[in-house]
Design a protein around this ligand. Structure first.
Ligand SMILES: *Cc1c(COP(=O)(O)O)cnc(C)c1O
Length: 381
């Protein structure tokens, strides 16, 4: 089955009791048993719920994996992964990481004795410098947020296999439409389904997909034992979102390209970050591991004055100034004071998150309207 068919039919079946084409929202906490232990596969909805199962199966299908898991948020999915580790274990991660992931690693799990190293993973050799006998896991995000750096998943998977480490890829920005990390050798693919998978800015959810049975069992254990599961309504919404992922992503990519090219030719703009540019430092890797370049574009304003960035953000009319990304509507953000405010300024600036940096999640509106919105806001600075 090809991807565009999988998003609609992959691992899906019509509801066995009624033939309903979409799985019902099984809004129940528990399930009747005829005699103790005799049930139809479901006992309690933290452990399993048929709407969640449908979503988990769809996720496994579109990521080309064997097992899918649904969580209450992207961060709770990350939380489950790090709970595979024990005190003394070490993690090597990208340095321009999603702010919430950085906060979870450094302000929660560090206190449990897990050590995190943050390195520029797009630089050759940086990962191996940090590997020692305690290293257990490599964590990467690609494209990164908000600098749109690209990390070579295949070469990371070679390193992780050589040293017997788990490789986790946060695939939130790319989605399986653009990039399938398990095919490139990752052990776990993680999503904030809040973003492109849900796609309509109406749900918070996280998912994991893995191939290995033993790893899946450990994660199912943690999903149930810690209990940060997604509810049936949320599962339904993300499942519905997935069914149009391919058409939405196609338009996100098309509009993203138009916005990146427009900004690059604008005299008020400092730099534009978008992996589709031929002179993007990791363009070749992006072109080899992704099908297209996505709808995320970041840029700075000439002179790097935070006041200019704020003025643009306040005056955009179609782009809504808001946290989050990946919905049908275009959003704008100021990483330094919003998504990345939990990262110390010094650390943030080292990775390029300067004060005039603006991040756009380019939506699927008419691209001419998006360009004229940017034009009118940029004339004010
Ligand atoms: C939003 C996001 C997360 C966190 O997911 P939530 O659903 O907000 O908990 C993790 N990684 C990336 C790249 C994200 O954009």
């Amino acid at each position: 089955m090809k991807f565009n068919t999988k998003v609609i039919h992959g691992n899906q079946e019509h509801d066995p009791s009624t033939g309903a084409v979409m799985p019902p929202i099984y809004q129940t906490s528990t399930y009747a048993q005829s005699t103790p232990g005799a049930h139809k596969g479901y006992e309690y909805s933290r452990t399993g719920n048929p709407t969640r199962t449908a979503l988990e199966n769809a996720m496994a299908s579109i990521e080309n994996g064997n097992y899918g898991l649904g969580f209450a948020s992207g961060l709770s999915a990350i939380d489950a992964i790090i709970k595979l580790l024990k005190p003394g274990d070490e993690v090597i991660s990208t340095n321009d990481l999603y702010g919430g992931t950085f906060r979870l690693f450094t302000q929660v799990f560090r206190a449990y004795g897990i050590k995190f190293h943050f390195v520029g993973m797009d630089q050759e050799g940086e990962i191996e410098k940090k590997i020692n006998p305690n290293t257990k896991l490599i964590w990467l995000e690609t494209p990164t947020n908000p600098m749109l750096n690209i990390i070579d998943i295949k070469s990371c998977s070679e390193i992780s296999k050589k040293h017997n480490l788990l490789l986790v890829v946060d695939n939130t920005f790319a989605t399986p439409y653009l990039q399938r990390p398990l095919d490139l050798g990752a052990d776990i693919v993680m999503h904030s389904a809040t973003k492109y998978l849900g796609g309509h800015s109406d749900v918070v959810m996280g998912t994991l997909v893995v191939n290995d049975k033993e790893l899946a069992e450990k994660l199912y254990f943690l999903q149930n034992a810690s209990g940060a599961v997604c509810g049936p309504m949320d599962s339904f919404l993300v499942l519905r979102g997935i069914k149009t992922l391919h058409v939405r992503m196609q338009r996100h990519c098309e509009n993203g390209r138009a916005v990146a090219e427009y900004l690059r030719n604008h005299e008020k703009i400092g730099r534009v970050y978008w992996p589709g540019f031929k002179d993007h430092p990791n363009h070749e890797i992006a072109a080899s591991q992704m099908n297209d370049f996505g709808g995320m574009v970041s840029f700075s304003i000439k002179g790097d004055d935070q006041k200019d960035a704020i003025k643009v953000l306040e005056n955009l009319k179609i782009f809504t100034l808001a946290e989050s990304l990946g919905g049908v509507e275009s959003l704008s953000g100021h990483p330094a004071s919003m998504t990345h405010s939990s990262i110390p300024k010094e650390e943030r600036q080292k990775t390029g998150v300067i004060d005039s940096l603006i991040r756009l999640s380019v939506g699927i509106e008419d691209k001419e309207d998006l360009l004229s919105d940017l034009e009118q806001a940029l004339t004010l600075v």
